[in-house]
Design a protein around this ligand. Structure first.
Ligand code: F0G
Length: 362
């Protein structure tokens, strides 16, 4: 069997090998992840008065940023002869782990909060043949149990507590710098378990240290109002938000996220479910980028920064030539329930030119 990468030059390990913990003896498990579009958004820029780019991570093979870390974590797990992969997840990690496990030919078990996973993500894990464990508990309970299981058995944990995941995810920051020619001034992203904000900051710092960028961005994280432990500086026992991907009350990378925010002169803030859903619709209808609710959090945050003097970062106060990047982390098709509920039942029209012309109404 040919075991090379999806194509010879695709995938984050092929592109950024010298920055990643792989050697000649690491079998590379890749689905051609990374190299996602950094999209300049004219309407969003006009709306906030600064140049805004969206890093569209929904364009990864399983539709979320998790694939960047998963290619490294699964490659390293195979190098170490792991017997199986295991993860806790709010959905996307499980979808990614299931796909990369299938590619590697290894068993994968995913521990998920019962009844709390968006349908598209659950489908992905099922389709790729993962063993799905529906836990009577939340994500924080799932991660606690996975940690304990991983210690007892020969299982590779592929959550972001695995440093190989973070190493892979930092490549998104490299790509932003490669595309813009320098780091942006502000980087906004959603925060759940807080691995991604930590990974981006590690990536920006590493590229800066290697002379690839002249500046470093301020990292600005957004949590959902009902699941904002870092913002409130206390564990949230029963996190609640419509953005199920970031429904997390005790983030594993809490400390690292706080360091990223402090070192970068950044901030942590929160956005309400209403703001998240409004931003999701706005981005789809004004820029053509359809993302899942959690991914709309930084866009909601950007609007909040623009509109308020009091929020962590008032966009009005930053220099006009500032560049802002928002990472949108997952594809909208993964979590369609809320949008589906907004769709009115479609009335069919007879198959005649006149009926269609009337229905188009233009
Ligand atoms: N956006 C999406 C779409 C996510 O799936 C996640 C995390 C985040 C943002 C937050 O990233 O955890 O690094 O701060 N999803 C994890 C999962 C928890 O299990 O799929 P983070």
């Amino acid at each position: 069997m040919h075991t090379g990468t999806a194509t010879s030059k695709s995938g984050v390990i092929a592109r950024y090998r010298e920055y990643l913990p792989v050697t000649d003896s690491t079998p590379i498990i890749s689905l051609g992840e990374g190299s996602t579009p950094l999209v300049f958004c004219p309407r969003l820029s006009e709306h906030v008065g600064r140049a805004v780019f969206v890093k569209n991570e929904g364009a990864n093979p399983t539709g979320s940023f998790k694939d960047r870390g998963m290619t490294v974590a699964v490659s390293k797990a195979m190098e170490r002869n792991a017997k199986a992969l295991i993860c806790a997840s709010t959905g996307n990690t499980s979808a990614s782990a299931a796909a990369y496990a299938a590619r590697a030919g290894i068993t994968c078990a995913v521990v998920l909060p019962a009844g709390k996973i968006a349908m598209g993500k659950l489908l992905q894990a099922f389709a790729c043949g993962a063993k799905i464990i529906a836990l009577e508990g939340n994500f924080d309970d799932a991660l606690r149990i996975v940690r304990e299981l991983g210690e007892q058995r020969d299982l590779a944990i592929v959550n972001s507590i695995n440093p190989d995941r973070i190493a892979g995810q930092k490549t998104a920051a490299f790509e932003v710098v490669d595309d813009l020619g320098d780091a942006p001034d502000f980087h906004l992203l959603p925060v759940g378990n807080a691995g991604n904000i930590s990974a981006y900051w590690a990536g920006y710092r590493e590229y800066h240290a290697r002379g690839k960028s002249a500046k470093l961005p301020a990292m600005i994280g957004f949590q959902a109002a009902g699941a904002a432990p870092i913002f409130y500086n206390r564990i949230v026992e029963k996190p609640e938000t419509v953005a199920s991907a970031i429904r997390i009350g005790n983030p594993a990378s809490w400390k690292q996220a706080c360091s990223a925010i402090a070192e970068s002169d950044g901030a942590i803030d929160l956005v309400t479910d209403e703001e998240i859903l409004a931003a999701q619709t706005w981005l789809a209808q004004h820029e053509g980028i359809f993302v899942e609710p959690a991914s709309a959090a930084p866009v909601a945050g950007l609007f909040k920064c623009r509109d308020s003097e009091e929020t962590a970062y008032s966009i009005q106060k930053v220099p006009e030539e500032s560049k802002i990047v928002c990472t949108v982390t997952g594809h909208g098709l993964k979590d369609p329930d809320i949008i589906t509920a907004q769709m009115k039942e479609l009335k069919s029209v007879p198959a005649t030119l006149n009926d269609v012309r009337r229905a188009v109404g233009l």
